[in-house]
Ligand binder design. Sequence first.
Ligand code: AVI
Length: 320
Amino acid sequence: TKQKGLKLVERDDEGVDTAFRADVIEGLSQSQMAIPARWLYDDAGSQLFEDITQLPEYYPTRAETEILSNRGAEFAAMIGEGRAVVEFGSGSSVKTPLLLSAIAPAAYVPLDISGDFLRAAAAELSGKFPGLPVYPVEADFMRKVALPGEVTDLPKLGFFPGSTIGNMVARTAVDLLRNMRETLGVGAQLLIGMDLIKDKDVLVSAYDDKAGVTAQFNYNLVRRINRELDGDIALDALMHEARWNDEYARVEMHLRAQRDITFEVSGQQFSMRAGETIHTENSHKFNRRTSNMLLLAAGWEPQARWLDSQERFSVMLAQA
Ligand code: AVI
């Protein structure tokens, strides 16, 4: 967790994000090149993701919003009043008010690694819910977080919408869910969005839209590498690709080389043969059994599960 005065992003003398460089160099050195998806989200990438959520093909945001809009009475019945809602990642301006107005919480604690996002989200929420105490915490929610003293004695509800859990491999997802349980403490509940396994073409289209916004989101990673890590990757040699991996029940994003290329990043040489790819993201999809299993593996007992009217997306409630 972040201590006051400590920086969450470590930079070298030239201002390079050292964790970004280490991940990219290591990822490009593997036989199947792969870069962790978290690096997709610089300012431009975060804006492109916001644009993705509006695309006709990208159903998850609309489907989850439908559930949160329509099932408020059921949430209230199963969650009760007076909890401190702890949101992991304070991204969304639409989903959070839907939950907060349904359950009448005692406090709202947004957690985010970006202080700027955090302050914006906290200010917006305070405007909408004038009587609600808001305690923003700047922290890496992948780890156990010390919550503010003001909410120590309140029962907690963790809120993790968006199916962001799907962007993690099982082992990382279980680590995160376990850390959430430790952050939230005894008697906690967790409300979490998980996207569902469905027709392959629907899934792939959601990650390969006609307007090409998801392609730009993928290419932005290359632009970021070139800019921040002194790279010279030829952007026109790489093509966006979304594919369904049935064995792992996930959509994968890749950048596929259209011809043999060599390039440099941070002074190191790399090469790709035509047809080889850089794997840039996983988006795991679930069914009832696998979503239950993931929660159970991290010590969360599933309590309820809601789907949208087209049964594309699920919101799960679990208790510690
Ligand atoms: C943020 N996350 C849940 C998105 C997803 O659907 O996996 C990221 C995304 N990548 C491409 N399109 C959207």
